[in-house]
Design a protein around this ligand. Sequence first.
Ligand code: ADE
Ligand code: ZN
Length: 320
Amino acid sequence: MVLKAEIHCHIEGAASPALVEAQAAKYGADVSVIIRDGSYVWSDFTSFLHCYDVASMLFRNEDDYALLAETYLADLASQGAIYSEFFISTDHAIHAGLTPDAYVAGLAEGMRRAREKHGIESRMIATGLRHEGPEGVERASRWVAENPHPLVTGFGMAGDERTYHPKDFARAFDIARDAGLAITVHAGELVGAQSVRDALDWLKPARIGHGVRAIEDPALVARLADEGVVLEVCPGSNIALSVFPSYDEHPFPKLRDAGIRVTLSSDDPPFFHTSLAREYEIAEEHFGMDEAALLGVTRTAIEAAFVDEATRAALLARLS
Ligand code: ADE
Ligand code: ZN
């Protein structure tokens, strides 16, 4: 089995329908609106986000989040992953009635258990939600800057890319960067190449979440390659959300051939009927990647991981 690493997965988006149904039973809640026949029900990006938000409301305390992180990481380890970096959202925690402190502590406990039982290393990337606007994203970055945690090593932004402009979030990202957090941002998923260029210019990320629509602009493709910006590519998510009509039309091979540092991740696996292992299979089946090339993708992810150099060296050593 090829060793793997995931650097783009939303923890709330990693909750399986079965786990959410178990949580609903625990709290006496009805989730029949968002889960039918064991699958999440959504039809486009907006209804996906709604479904995801409703599911996240079933995680209400530290223990719930410890269970979610441990379950996700144990499953990932069983797929051959040695490292995971996942997005957290203090906004989702607050909406569910949980303090950001309790949220991070619960997740960290799940990470500790997964590391002890399955040997998988992991880190968290705090995020703000773009559609909540600059004030909300700044609140998220300020909280993480003022409450440092050794396992929260990055800051990013998810949510609806069709709202606001990257420049609106420059201050929020400056706060996170000044606090020593590494930066990634979702761009070039729902909106075209210009959104990637604006994100680079205004937010100065080391990595871009998705970024795949950079393919629409050859000059931007060259810039991403030149600057060594890493793309967190999630092909299964892109197909599920109709960013591209088919895997054969997915730009992963072209981006890679252009010299861009590309990685593979699952984004919100049960929502998109995927897994990290499935993403590696997709790359083998549709993008012509052999085992050595796939291991190279894992190496790129670890090279780009938001970890201290000793941890990076230890992870890289496991690949050779
Ligand atoms: N939040 C969870 N999944 C996301 C995605 N694919 N794009 C933007 N925000 C998200
Ligand atoms: Zn994402």
